[in-house]
Every structure is written in structure tokens, then in C-alpha cells.
Design a protein around this ligand. Structure first.
Ligand code: ZN
Length: 255
């Protein structure tokens, strides 16, 4: 939010400077276009990069952490093909993870949500619809999306989630307003696996492991066909390197 204020303040200042220069010596019209386009590009980039903390404060990794702890996160479930298999693998390695679930998928598979919770993993809100046009929502529609999913989670596991991950990792001023009311902790990531784009599981694992350091948050999806292989190899790597995979809540509270 601080960066948004600095950008808007600077853009207003530069605009006034251009107007003054125009009055004094006369300047070409395209100077105004350059200013408007630059401002627009910065605003758009702020939407797509959660680590900029542009519209809201997001937690994308735990900085300066002493212990070798990281958090694995799975988006877009619960999924009837893969989520339960993922839970089995996590159990074998004694690893904990965080699942950012979509409300409409929770309604389809409430029993899977229960098992995730019973296995000691954390559950976060990832909107109700995850619609492709969701980022054009009004504040009121965002509130509905968030509350509906919160209610589903609470009804099924009798626990309230305090975590929210924006669909597509995109943040907007309207979403920021809604989250100010709902008071969720916004969770991003600092290691994107590109598991929805890269086909070869080995390449996905390599892409993750070369970036791992204490406090990392890894983004995976429990709807991808290669997720089981990727997870197995990732957990083997973590075990060899003495890393512990914990829930987002544990990582947040780490000193
Ligand atoms: Zn998603």
C-alpha cells in the first residue's frame, strides 16, 4: 500500500511539473502520454507481483529465519484424483503443508477437506469461484467470494481459516478493501514451480530445489497430473538437505 501511495504521489507531482513546464516554455503532448503509460504499467505490475506489497501486504516468504524450515502450498483443490494421494506422500515423509482451497471444490469434496485437516495440514481460502474474470470484482463481490469459502470451511472442519491466497496471485484495490474487512493474512510465494506450464516433472523439481532456502514458500497445484512425482522428489531432496516442511501458520510464527 505504501508503494501505491508513493507511485500515485510521484505521478501527481510529475503531472504538475509537466503542466508548469508547459505553461512556462511549452512542451510536446507526448510527455503527458509517457507519464500516463508509465503510471499505468507500474499499477499493472503491482497487481501481478505480490512481493511488491503494492495494494496490500502479502507474506511471500519468511525472512531471516534460523531453522531450515519451508512451506509447501497446494492451490485449487480439493481434487478427487490427487489430494488424497498427496496426503499419503506427505505422511510418509512426516511433512506438513498448506492447501489453498476453492470454495466450489470444497462443496464438491467436503470429505477430502476433512481428511486434510485431520492430517494436521493448514487450510486457506482461495476464493469461491476462482473465475477467470474474478479480478474485475467489486469489493462487495470479493467479500461474498471470501465469506462463502470461509463459511464452507468452518461448517465442514469447525475451524476458521485466517489465510487467503488471491486467485492467479493477482491483487487489486477492490480485493485489498475486502481483505481489510475480513482481516485474512494474505499468502503469496517466492518459489513458483511453473507446474501448470512445465510438463517434465524433473524440470519442475529442479526449478524448485535450485531456489530453496530457509523460509521459502513453494507454490504447487493439487490438480496437476505430475504433482505426485514432483512432491515425492521434492520431499526426498528436503529430507537429504535436512529441511522441514511446515504449515504456513508455523512458518509465520517462526522466529
Ligand atoms: Zn488458483
Amino acid at each position: 500500500m505504501k508503494n501505491l501511495k508513493i507511485t500515485t504521489f510521484s505521478a501527481c507531482g510529475l503531472f504538475l511539473l509537466l503542466v508548469s513546464l508547459d505553461t512556462l516554455i511549452g512542451i510536446a503532448l507526448w510527455w503527458y502520454f509517457v507519464l500516463i503509460i508509465t503510471w499505468f504499467l507500474i499499477m499493472a505490475m503491482g497487481s501481478f507481483s505480490m512481493s511488491w506489497n503494492f495494494y496490500l501486504k502479502a507474506f511471500t516468504s519468511k525472512k531471516n529465519i534460523k531453522e531450515k524450515k519451508i512451506a509447501i502450498t497446494f492451490d485449487d483443490g480439493p481434487n478427487s484424483k490427487f489430494t488424497l494421494e498427496i496426503l499419503k506422500i506427505l505422511k510418509r515423509y512426516n511433512a506438513k503443508a498448506t492447501f489453498f482451497c476453492i470454495g466450489k471444490n470444497i462443496e464438491k469434496h467436503p470429505e477430502i477437506l476433512k481428511v486434510i485437516s485431520e492430517n494436521g495440514h493448514a487450510i486457506g481460502n482461495h476464493s469461491f469461484s476462482h473465475d477467470v474474470m474474478i479480478d474485475f470484482n467489486s469489493t462487495e463481490n470479493w467479500m461474498n467470494e471470501i465469506k462463502q469459502t470461509d463459511n464452507s470451511i468452518q461448517r465442514i472442519i469447525a475451524k476458521k481459516t485466517t489465510l487467503f491466497r488471491p486467485p492467479f496471485g493477482v491483487t487489486t484495490p477492490k480485493l485489498a478493501k475486502a481483505l481489510k474487512v475480513t482481516e485474512h493474512d494474505v499468502i503469496g510465494w517466492n518459489i513458483r514451480s511453473y507446474d501448470t506450464i512445465i510438463k517434465n516433472p524433473k524440470h519442475i523439481v529442479k526449478n524448485i530445489t535450485k531456489q530453496i532456502q530457509p523460509g521459502s514458500i513453494i507454490l504447487l497445484h493439487d490438480k496437476q497430473i505430475n504433482v505426485l512425482l514432483v512432491l515425492e522428489h521434492l520431499l526426498q531432496f528436503l529430507q537429504k538437505q535436512d529441511y522441514q516442511s511446515v504449515t504456513i501458520n508455523e512458518l509465520l510464527n517462526e522466529k
